[in-house]
Ligand binder design. Sequence first.
Ligand code: SAM
Length: 263
Amino acid sequence: MNEELKERVRNQFSGIAQDYLDSPLFSQGDDLTHLVDAAQLSGNEHVLDVGCGAGHTAIALARRAASCVGMDLTESMVAIAERYALEVGVANVEFCVGDAENLVWPDETFDVVACRYAVHHFADPRRFIEEAARVLKPGGCLLISDHYAAEDPVLDTYVNHLNRLRDPSHVREPRRSEYRSWFVSAGLAYDEVVTWDLMLDFDDWVARSRTPRDVREELVRLLQQPPSGAEERQHIEIDVMGGQPRSFSLTCALFSGRKSITP
Ligand code: SAM
């Protein structure tokens, strides 16, 4: 099953790496600044960025660190990230193909492990968090930035269903409570650095994922009829005009997990 999910990721992202490189959602934004700031880099650190996509986060981190490795399951993402790093003249970043759930580095290799907008594609996010904790040096920090599910089961199912319909490689966005328990059981001190609502333009959202027309229509129908009380519960805000959804929000957080200095 896990292999099947990973094949779905490769299929989804292989032909659209350039779109991710060009998308302002990934190339800029306060969330990227928050993540880089939270890494508290002084220039001596070795950083790993997991699910690096077109390389925006890895390159931003490399500019403030001694080195950064960007790793991704999708070969074409890695190729485009390598080209982009050359273009912008950042030489202390390298990219490789790999799997978040089986990190190939020895224990205690990195000062910071980052992962931005990727965990919701992982078949086993808990295993990724354990792996990240293993490759972190004592005192190092895991930073995960992503949308998360509501604690309310109806809303959790609704938002995850929307995301999975639009992009079959979306596995599941976990709840904050799940992140907390996975961090703690991996030996990481859990913190939420910042939370925000990510406003997504509906047309741009479905265009980037190449969502077929019939699925798009189903998404429109679902956004027209959110579960009752959804907006009051403040987990999703949907802007509908003339019956058509124009934009909607996903609730996001930057989670930080510091590894203890003492074993
Ligand atoms: N982090 C990127 C950034 O900040 O621009 C964007 C990430 S993109 C939305 C999600 C990425 O996760 C895709 O490139 C996909 O190939 C990668 N991915 C999905 N599952 C993965 C896994 N198990 N291991 C590594 N990368 C994975």
